[in-house]
Design a protein around this ligand. Structure first.
Ligand SMILES: [Zn+2]
Length: 302
């Protein structure tokens, strides 16, 4: 009887310990990304990804207006290249674009293409804040999140049309036919490419934070960014683009960032680059009265 009681107690202890360990592990949502390897395995080849990225870019150009100011473009490109060079995907040609749109937003497609809205530049108050968003977008491309979305769209039916593997094959094969155009239109205008899961967003935050730190930025810039997003969303969030619409609650994102910094990156929120004269100059250059009306809105062709 005593033996049973001891066994019983031991079993309880084991169960309680196991629960404790799993609760502790669950406290850091970034743990699952910590030792991940990033490759194109399971997705299309990198060569095809780069090809599709260019086709998506051409499609996007029909829907939005890029900023035609060399100093703005050069600055954002320099900032982006510096971050990408410290990412886990250094061997692809990275391209950073500034979109003339007053909403606070940025997005990434595939194969090294990142797009930053002028509204984001206007809303940020330091280079580290802007770098944190660009780092997050680079994270989407390192994490192959766009490729994951393409894969998902492959088996999805939209408005009666299937963006099937064969149609994507047609795009990659360079065909200009109606089917290829329709698939590309659905992928871009339908928003499939940039609609990431919450988990993918967390991973991009994780990768973005380390990207920021590795480029010697003050990681507090990311915390400030999430605080700014909270403020803007409190005011109704009208000026926010998809950053908030499809991303986890900025309070959760701030908490995750703080947890990671205190566990693994202590002090990095107190040192490193916060701002630069160039950033202040950029703020003065960005037009304030932009229009978010695209030159021509395209929808997936019927
Ligand atoms: Zn994101």
């Amino acid at each position: 009887m005593k033996l049973f009681a001891n066994w019983h107690r031991m079993l309880t202890l084991v169960i309680v310990s196991a629960l404790f360990v799993s609760v502790m592990a669950a406290q850091n949502p970034y743990d699952k990304f910590r030792n991940k390897e990033y490759t194109n395995k399971g997705y299309m080849s990198e060569q095809d990804e780069l090809k599709l990225a260019e086709q998506v870019h051409q499609e996007l150009l029909k829907q939005m207006r890029l900023v035609d100011d060399r100093s703005i473009n050069d600055y954002v490109n320099r900032l982006g290249q510096n971050l990408a060079a410290r990412s886990e995907r250094r061997n692809i040609p990275w391209k950073f674009y500034v979109v003339n749109d007053k909403t606070i937003n940025a997005f990434a497609t595939l194969g090294g293409r990142v797009y930053v809205h002028t509204g984001l530049i206007s809303a940020t108050t330091s280079e580290a804040q802007l770098a944190s968003v660009i780092g997050h977008e680079i994270g989407h491309i390192v994490g192959r999140h766009g490729l994951e979305n393409v894969k998902r769209a492959n088996s999805m039916k939209t408005q009666g049309a299937v963006i099937g593997a064969t149609i994507l094959g047609a795009i990659l094969g360079g065909q200009q036919g109606a089917e290829a155009g329709m698939a590309l239109g659905s992928l871009v205008a339908g928003g499939f490419l940039m609609k990431h899961s919450r988990e993918a967003e967390r991973e991009a935050d994780f990768l973005g934070l380390y990207n920021l730190k590795n480029a010697n930025y003050n990681t507090g810039g990311m915390i400030e960014m999430f605080q700014m997003l909270q403020q803007v969303s409190k005011g109704g969030g009208g000026s926010l683009g998809s950053i908030l619409a499809s991303h986890p609650d900025p309070r959760e994102r701030e908490a995750n960032t703080r947890t990671e910094i205190s566990a693994y990156l202590q002090g990095t929120d107190r040192r490193g680059i916060s701002n630069s004269n160039e950033f202040q100059r950029l703020k003065g250059l960005v037009p304030t009265a932009q229009t978010s009306t695209p030159a021509r809105k395209t929808r997936p062709r019927p």
